[in-house]
Design a binder for this molecule. Structure first.
Ligand code: NAD
Ligand code: LMR
Length: 342
């Protein structure tokens, strides 16, 4: 995050404000599900971005207080609240980036796919409104199961005649954040230096960290690869179990989503060097959607980085083949849901 944290001294505040005022472009961001466990800390982190001029917070309840609270932070963006379906259209008009963390989280013993029945309908309704009110916005889908909710969103946008595959993103940044953290801890590296691409999807074995492509180059024993891969794949469950019925990852997710929002805003602002992993429409494999590193630009996905898939280790190549049937089934389930409802 470029804004990091609010400067303490008055002098620093002035410098911060000067930088903000010198900024050429600013953008409008909407968070749908903004009163939730992810929504609230995510809104706070977005409120700290100098690239944001307006922050629109939408939920079915309890969003007024969140917005009032947040609006007292002396950062430049204006915070507006929107409650319920009747205010959704106004929330979305003129928005550049829409982030969707609306939906139910897992409890211990559940898979992400167990959330499908509730969250598929929520995502469908929200994406219909996005299609009607800000079809040109970047759409960031956080709601699980991401492997199905992104294909649902794509189908809804197609039905509305406004699908732009370059602007629809499944947020998998948390998998990268976790991989970076766990590798840095294991190898005693500075956290800031480590970058591990994570490909595939966002559930269990479909999450595939490419440890052999870690930057800076690091060597791992077979046992370390196995242990780290399994930990990264199960990290969401680790949090669900630790929260013992009180939900899933919210704070680390808010951090990861804020990073993806900031990267998108930097790309919209003309930064030519923005790379993130994301679950997007892709031709990298035979699957229609696939997470990989992408280059972000003003128009969304500018390039899908194929080189990460060259020269995979035997372990990674096998894991890639093993994840495909599950990921394919989750994608098809999402597409079938959206087509049946059409
Ligand atoms: P939460 O229950 O704390 O918050 C969800 C919010 O969504 C609530 O405020 C609720 O009122 C709102 N909501 C429900 N229906 C809505 C609708 N129709 N329109 C607008 N808002 C609506 O849950 P959470 O912990 O914030 O998690 C949200 C989702 O994010 C879950 O599906 C969870 O599995 C997912 N998640 C994804 C990742 C990822 O890496 N992609 C990580 C963590 C959580
Ligand atoms: C995560 O990876 O933390 C999220 O997908 C939430 C979950 O259900 O694990």
């Amino acid at each position: 995050l470029r804004a990091s944290f609010a400067p303490r001294a008055q002098k620093q505040t002035q410098k911060f404000e000067n930088r903000v005022q010198a900024q050429a472009s600013t953008f409008k961001v909407a968070v749908l599900g903004a009163a939730g466990g992810i929504g609230q800390p995510l809104a706070l982190l977005i409120k700290m971005s100098p690239l944001v001029s307006a922050l629109h917070l939408y939920d079915i309840a309890n969003v007024k207080g969140v917005a009032a609270d947040l609006s007292h932070c002396n950062t430049p963006s204006q915070v507006l609240d929107f409650t319920g379906q009747a205010e959704l259209a106004n929330c979305l008009k003129g928005v550049d980036v829409v982030v969707i963390p609306a939906g139910v989280p897992r409890k211990p013993g559940m898979t992400r796919d167990d959330l499908f029945n509730i969250n598929a309908n929520i995502v469908r309704t929200l994406v219909e409104a996005v299609a009607d009110n800000c079809p040109d916005a970047f759409i960031h889908i956080i709601s699980n199961p991401v492997n199905s909710t992104v294909p649902i969103a794509a189908e809804i946008l197609k039905q509305k005649g406004v699908y732009n595959p370059k602007k629809l993103f499944g947020v998998t940044t948390l998998d990268v954040v976790r991989a970076n953290t766990f590798v840095a801890e294991k190898k005693n590296l500075r956290l800031i230096d480590v970058d591990v691409p994570v490909i595939g999807g966002h559930a269990g074995i479909t999450i595939l960290p490419l440890l052999s492509k870690t930057r800076p180059s690091v060597s791992f024993t077979n046992e370390e690869v196995e242990q780290l891969t399994v930990r990264i794949q199960n990290a969401g469950t680790e949090v669900v179990e630790a929260k013992a019925g009180a939900g899933s990852a919210t704070l680390s997710m808010a951090y990861a989503a804020a990073r993806f929002v900031e990267s998108s805003l930097r790309a919209l602002d003309g930064d030519a060097d923005v790379y993130e992993c994301s679950f997007v429409q892709s031709e990298l494999t035979e699957l229609p959607f696939f997470a990989s590193r992408i280059k972000l630009g003003k128009n969304g996905v500018e390039a899908i980085i194929s080189t990460d898939l060259h020269g995979l280790t035997e372990y990674e190549a096998k894991a890639l083949e093993a994840l495909k049937p599950e990921l394919k089934a989750s994608i098809e389930k999402g597409v079938a849901f959206a087509q049946k409802k059409a």
